[in-house]
Design a protein around this ligand. Structure first.
Ligand code: ATP
Ligand code: MG
Length: 152
């Protein structure tokens, strides 16, 4: 059996089925972990991996390094390391796009009704949740937080 055959047959390697999320420090502080997980479950996502942890500013800088040149980089990395987060890998057909739809626009003022950010985000900076923007980044971001042994 070839490696390519295994890759196409085993959903673990079909990355379009997976995305990566964080419940950000604002939503954790506001007591919305349960409400957001409920929306994720109701949206049809299966939890592949999950942990509750606090990252350092250096780890936040590494995670968000694509945004290093943006004016909000310092604010973003300070915020993301300011308190505990929930990190998770989620699985569903079309996971990346469907999860972006469920979380809504980056700026909650522009997020559609019924989205996580519309309900639970206060501002463009403190916007309750993260969602990967591509299959490639979903894979990179999931691997930043989880080893293969932590994914089910
Ligand atoms: P995320 O990557 O967290 O899912 P996103 O993909 O909707 O969010 P990005 O453009 O990737 O948005 O920005 C990453 C994060 O940086 C945003 O979620 C937000 O927390 C912060 N951010 C983005 N734009 C601004 C801004 N203009 N001012 C302050 N913070 C911002
Ligand atoms: Mg993004």
């Amino acid at each position: 059996m070839s490696f390519v055959y295994l890759c196409t047959q085993n959903t673990q390697y079909n990355m379009s089925n997976r995305t990566f999320t964080m419940i950000k420090p604002d939503a954790v502080k506001a007591g919305n972990i349960g409400n957001i997980l409920q929306m994720i479950n109701a949206g049809g996502f299966r939890i592949v991996a999950m942990k509750y942890l606090k990252i350092s500013t250096e780890q936040a800088e590494k995670f968000y390094e694509v945004h290093a040149a943006r004016p909000f980089f310092g604010e973003l990395t300070q915020f993301m390391s300011s308190g505990p987060i929930v990190a998770a890998i989620l699985e569903k057909d079309n996971a990346v796009a469907d999860f972006r739809k469920l979380i809504g626009a980056t700026n909650p003022a522009q997020a559609e009704e019924g989205t996580i950010r519309k309900r639970y985000a206060a501002s463009i900076g403190e916007n309750a949740v993260h969602g990967s923007d591509s299959d490639e980044n979903a894979q990179i971001e999931g691997a930043f937080f989880f080893s293969g042994l932590e994914q089910f």
